[in-house]
Ligand binder design. Structure first.
Ligand SMILES: [Zn+2]
Length: 171
């Protein structure tokens, strides 16, 4: 059975209700909202979330599931136009054992740049060469607290990034 993270109230529902100053919207559709991730390990990294409080992939309607990928494609297009990344990574976690931290469906869209620091990011990223450490070397946790602090941007910075990406969305 998939165990969900415990969070009360849900931070995404709080954001949609206008109670989080770091909530910075890039794009919206009938079923989705695309928002800046307040942790900017990569500048521009964002999440497509469902408007409805659905916990995991297994809880989505077919229309919501289709809308998620459509919204991800739109924001990926904007991220490529704005930042010219070397790659765009998408991933999504279902349950605490897969790394889910917020019990509200979200699909990560991340522009990948050379030399960026995903040392405490998803393990498949943390071992990339030029991603904070050399492939095959164990993760040194000594800098994690400082790293977590460093990627937490001010609300004003998050809103600036969201606005910049929004300008590059396809019509
Ligand atoms: Zn929610």
């Amino acid at each position: 059975m998939i165990e969900l993270p415990q969070q009360e109230p849900c931070e995404f529902c709080e954001g949609m209700a206008g109670r989080d100053p770091t909530w910075a919207v890039i794009d919206e559709s009938v079923h989705t909202i695309t928002v800046i991730n307040p942790s900017q390990y990569e500048i521009g990294q964002c999440c497509v979330i469902t408007r409805r409080h659905a916990a995991t992939l297994l809880d989505l309607s077919d229309d919501e599931a289709a809308a998620i990928v459509g919204a991800a494609k739109r924001v990926a297009t904007a991220l490529v136009r704005k930042y010219q990344p070397l790659g765009v990574l998408t991933f999504q976690n279902n349950g605490v054992y897969s790394g889910q931290e917020v019990p509200h469906y979200h699909y990560h869209v991340v522009p990948r740049q050379p030399g960026s620091d995903w040392g405490i990011g998803p393990p498949q990223l943390a071992v990339f060469e030029s991603a904070g450490r050399i492939q095959g070397t164990p993760h040194d946790v000594s800098g994690d607290e400082e790293r977590r602090r460093r990627v937490q941007l001010e609300a004003s910075e998050l809103h600036e990034i969201a606005a910049a990406i929004r300008q590059h969305l396809p019509d």
